[in-house]
Design a protein around this ligand. Sequence first.
Ligand code: ZN
Length: 235
Amino acid sequence: MLLLVTILLVIGLLALTVLVGLTLTSLVTLITAPGQFVRLLRDRQLRRNHALEHATINVIEERFGPTRLAGLARQDGFLIFGPVAPTLVLEAAQEGLRRLQHGERQLAIHPRCGTTLVASQLVLALAFLATLLLLRQLSPLPFLVGLAAALLLGPRISPFLQRWVTTDSQVDGLAIQGLQPQLVPLQLPWTNVLVPVPGALLVRTGATEQASLAGSVTVLTPDARTYQVGRYQID
Ligand SMILES: [Zn+2]
């Protein structure tokens, strides 16, 4: 009898800890997740690089099927993590950029994007807290409702969030400026020691104008003929 009471008490305490923990995590998510989206909304360069990062992985996966590649957009370009040849990444980035510029906006959407995770966390938090407030009692139901909502809605909301908030497929004027290997910290087994190893490729991007305005050209003509200077036509 005493054993049964102890077991029930432990289970009850565990359930309470999980529910209280989940409530706190949900409240934190409700505060932090929208902030992450707002930060991205304000940073057009980051959203354009994010679009190109998705397009690059999409182009590679069109050719070779699903991969385990991951990406991370930055101000100066984007990182690609995973076993992939640098020449393939560069080629795919150039093709992705060209196709985005020609209006293939769906290339900027990727199902494995971190947006899906944040969207699912947000849905879980909202559904969990709403059910908890509605029932006003501690039971597994709010958690189950939250989980079902996150699994059902997260992946469906993500493409819209990617399209309107976390990426920007208007990449006119964006250019690929180079590719360089990046070191990533690798944790040695059974230790806390981190060792930098080559594990990512940085595709650097920048504005097209930067490159073409690097040098200036002055053309003086006595008559009104048309001149071709580099990529520019002067009338
Ligand atoms: Zn992404």
